[in-house]
Design a binder for this molecule. Structure first.
Ligand code: G
Ligand code: MN
Length: 409
């Protein structure tokens, strides 16, 4: 028993036999109870201090005690290892058997143990809270962040319908021609209370199943409208859109795209650039691979974003019908001081030339970087040196006003 007179800092370990549910059905009530009793007996051996042990679910046990555990992670890990080997040895559940341990400590009174258990469960199941190895340490900040994100996800769904999303455009400049030849469309969210949000705040939410297709539909339609409007004054400017990994892998992706393009000319489709991220291996995902090829067959351009940062750059070039690569700004950032970065950019440019692939170098912020890039045959760039991403109206103004000096060759 716990001494009620001592200061009430409570620690709680929640032990969950993670994948036991499937086995549970196949085993008798006695066998299931026996397993839990075995675990309980083992846990008793692990705790020298006074504690409360209780079964909190079919395959879940909680151990609560006063005071905090200075070595929560190590202690949790020891518990887990002992539990696993004991279960494997004595109950022959096999090496695939999984258990997880969550640790939480709190200054709330013991009466709130139920709340502690709920939080420990949330730590067990939250990806962000996981620190690997089946041990999860509850972190109030992680949970707050998780709650914020869930809220944002719901709001994002509404935002698409309320037209709170907007595309901003960042010019892509060809300095051989001295012209803005295209633009990358970048999403912004005019949030009613948080103000203008850039994608870092919410872009991962766009990958969420619920949102992915709805957002995709919105994006395609906006981009096509933009191209249509643009072609009244400029017949050859491209618009690039960013497609997430989950979207390009989605079986409905291509149908959605063709739906948005219906009734538009081949000349317009030719100026749509589909930027796919290089952070996952497109060629390993059959649907992503197919969708990429179908985009190309449709007449749109396919661009490989963040080039050089993914692990499969060269293989993507070999197997995918790529029109353009975008050299990640990480390579450009230190191009003036890091000779290796400069050599890499130079090599990527000549590789692309061999493959007859266009290159856009991203993240160009000053004239010295441009001079250096010209030396190695780069002709198209995008970056703050020319412009930040701006609203559609500002971009139209930019197209009218900007005079980009052609490079002296
Ligand atoms: O990976 P992707 O090409 O989608 O990245 C575009 C992002 O890069 C945008 O959010 C844009 O604001 C940012 N960006 C564009 N140009 C620059 C630049 O010159 N420097 C830096 N640091 N970021 C840039
Ligand atoms: Mn991009």
């Amino acid at each position: 028993m716990l001494h009620s007179s001592e200061p009430a800092r409570i620690s709680l370990y929640l032990i969950s036999l993670t994948n036991y549910r499937e086995l549970y059905e196949q085993r008798s009530v006695e066998q299931n109870d026996e397993l839990i009793l075995q675990c309980a007996a083992l846990l008793k051996l692990s705790f020298s201090k006074q504690y409360i042990l209780s079964r909190t679910g079919q395959s879940e046990l909680a151990v609560a005690f006063e005071g905090d555990d200075q070595h929560s992670y190590q202690q949790g890990f020891k518990l887990l290892l002992a539990l696993m080997s004991d279960i494997e040895d004595t109950l022959s559940l096999g090496p695939n058997f999984e258990a997880s341990v969550a640790y939480i400590d709190s200054s709330e009174p013991l009466a709130s143990t139920r709340r502690l258990i709920t939080r420990a469960r949330s730590a067990l199941f939250s990806q962000t809270g996981s620190i690997g190895g089946g041990i999860h340490v509850y972190d109030q900040e992680v949970e707050d962040r998780q709650r914020e994100e869930d809220k944002l996800l719901l709001e994002l769904k509404r935002a698409i319908h309320n037209d709170e999303l907007e595309l901003y455009y960042q010019p892509q400049v060809d300095f051989y021609l001295g012209l803005t030849v295209g633009s990358e469309a970048l999403i912004r969210w005019n949030h009613p209370t948080l103000g203008l949000l850039t994608p870092e705040r919410f872009v991962h939410q766009l990958d969420h199943d619920v949102i992915c297709l709805e957002f995709g539909d919105w994006l395609f339609r906006k981009a096509v409208q933009r191209l249509d409007k643009l072609s009244r004054s400029y017949s050859d400017r491209s618009v690039s859109i960013n497609i997430s990994a989950s979207h390009i892998q989605h079986p409905a992706f291509f149908e959605q795209l063709t739906g948005a393009l219906e009734g538009y000319s081949a000349a317009l489709i030719k100026r749509l650039v589909i930027e796919v991220t290089e952070s996952f291996k497109l060629s390993d995902h059959e649907t992503a691979f197919d969708n990429t090829r179908k985009c190309k067959a449709l007449g749109a351009k396919v661009s490989l974003d963040d080039f050089g940062t993914g692990y499969s750059s060269l293989n993507q070039l070999r197997v995918l019908p790529i029109d353009e690569i975008k050299i990640d700004r990480a390579f450009v950032r230190n191009i003036l001081t890091e000779h290796n970065d400069f050599k890499l950019v130079s090599r990527i440019l000549s590789l692309a030339e061999n493959f007859e692939i266009d290159v856009v170098t991203e993240g160009v912020e000053n004239l010295n970087q441009i001079d250096k890039l010209i030396m190695v045959g780069c002709r198209k760039v995008q970056g703050y040196y020319y412009s930040q991403p701006v609203s559609e109206a500002e971009f139209d103004q930019w197209l009218k006003d900007s005079t980009v000096q052609p490079a002296i060759l």
